[in-house]
Write a protein that binds this ligand. Structure first.
Ligand SMILES: *Cc1c(COP(=O)(O)O)cnc(C)c1O
Length: 386
């Protein structure tokens, strides 16, 4: 079956008992046992629930993987993976990781002796550090947040494979509709399903998908031992949201690319990025490993903090909010919002200056979105895009 069909049918067979076409929500903490220790497959929701099983089947299928474990949110999925490491272990991480990933490394796991070294994985000259350092794990994110750097997942995975190092890819920005890291050689594909996979900004979720049964056992263990499980209702919502993933992603992509092209012609903009924009420095890698560029557009205004703030506050359709990947358009000012937890020098080292904004372009009509951006730019005293 093709992706669109699997998104609607895998893990979503009608309920066996009643025939309900939509799966019920198993709102229960515990399950009756037949005899002590003999269950019908479930004992306590922290270690499993039919809604988790169903969503796991769907997401494993969409990522092209054998197994998926669902978590309460993306950070819970990240915690699950990091909880498998030991004091002294090294993580070799892409330098432009998501702000909260940086924070959990620096402020939580480094306290317990985990070592993290940051590398610019967009530079093939750095791949050699994998063999030199022999880390316990290589941590990638592509496209990165918010700079939309594209890392060559197949090439990096091949380098890691030579020395037996597992590779994790945070696949949140592309979603399995546009990019499937396991098919490119990664060991683990992690997503915050809060974003595109659910797509409706009405719940949080996370997932780790793998073909390796040993990693799968570790994820199931982390889910119950660390208490990282989602709620049955939230998994049901993600299960509903994911059915339209392909339709949504294609519209996000088309709207974002059209907006990025408008910004590119705008005098108020220093640079604009979208993975499929011809001017993107990594566009060839993007087109090799992704079937669409997603809905995120990042740009740097040629404006100070005051004008940038006036622009993001003057939008009417775009909501000024953290998060991304929902059907509604959002705008983020990374330096003061999502990436405020990264110290300024670290932030500016990866290009996050005060004029930087990140759009999560929704699936509204693109002409309405362009008109909104145009009026807010002009309202902030900058040149428009209409
Ligand atoms: C949002 C996000 C996360 C964290 O997910 P939550 O569901 O918010 O916990 C991790 N990685 C990336 C790239 C994200 O955008």
């Amino acid at each position: 079956m093709k992706f669109e069909t699997r998104a609607i049918h895998v893990g979503q067979e009608p309920d066996e008992q009643t025939g309900a076409v939509m799966p019920p929500i198993y709102a229960t903490s515990t399950f009756a046992q037949i005899r002590p220790g003999e269950t019908r497959g479930y004992d306590y929701t922290r270690s499993g629930n039919p809604n988790f099983t169903r969503l796991g089947q769907t997401l494993a299928s969409l990522e092209g993987g054998g197994h998926a474990t669902v978590f309460g949110n993306g950070m819970a999925a990240i915690t699950a993976v990091l909880s498998t490491l030991s004091s002294g272990d090294l993580v070799l991480a892409e330098e432009n990781v998501y702000g909260c990933t940086f924070r959990i490394f620096a402020q939580v796991f480094e306290k317990f002796g985990l070592r993290v070294r940051y590398v610019d994985f967009a530079d093939p000259g750095q791949y050699g550090t994998i063999a030199e350092e022999r880390p316990a794990l290589v941590w990638l994110e592509s496209p990165t947040n918010p700079m939309l750097k594209i890392l060559d997942i197949a090439a990096i995975s091949a380098e890691a494979e030579k020395v037996g190092v597992p590779v994790l890819v945070d696949n949140t920005f592309a979603s399995p509709c546009f990019q499937r890291p396991l098919e490119l050689g990664a060991t683990l594909s992690l997503s915050s399903t809060t974003k595109y996979v659910n797509g409706h900004s009405d719940c949080l979720g996370g997932v780790v998908v793998t073909n390796d049964p040993a990693w799968q056992d570790k994820m199931i263990f982390a889910q119950k031992a660390v208490g990282l499980n989602p709620s049955p209702f939230d998994t049901w919502l993600v299960q509903r949201g994911v059915k339209t993933l392909s339709l949504r992603m294609n519209q996000h992509h088309a709207n974002a690319l059209a907006i990025a092209e408008r910004f590119e012609a705008c005098a108020a903009v220093k640079w604009v990025r979208h993975p499929f924009l011809a001017s993107h420095p990594h566009v060839e890698v993007a087109k090799k490993q992704m079937s669409g560029g997603s809905g995120i557009v990042t740009l740097e205004l040629d404006a100070d903090l005051e004008a940038t703030t006036a622009f993001v506050s003057g939008l009417e359709i775009f909501a000024l909010a953290e998060s991304l990947g929902g059907i509604e358009s959002l705008i983020d000012h990374p330096a003061s919002m999502t990436h405020a937890s990264i110290p300024r020098p670290e932030r500016e080292k990866v290009g996050i200056y005060d004029g930087l904004v990140r759009l999560s372009v929704g699936i509204e009509h693109v002409e309405d979105l362009i008109a909104d951006l145009d009026q807010a730019l002009r309202g902030a005293g900058l040149s428009g895009i209409a």
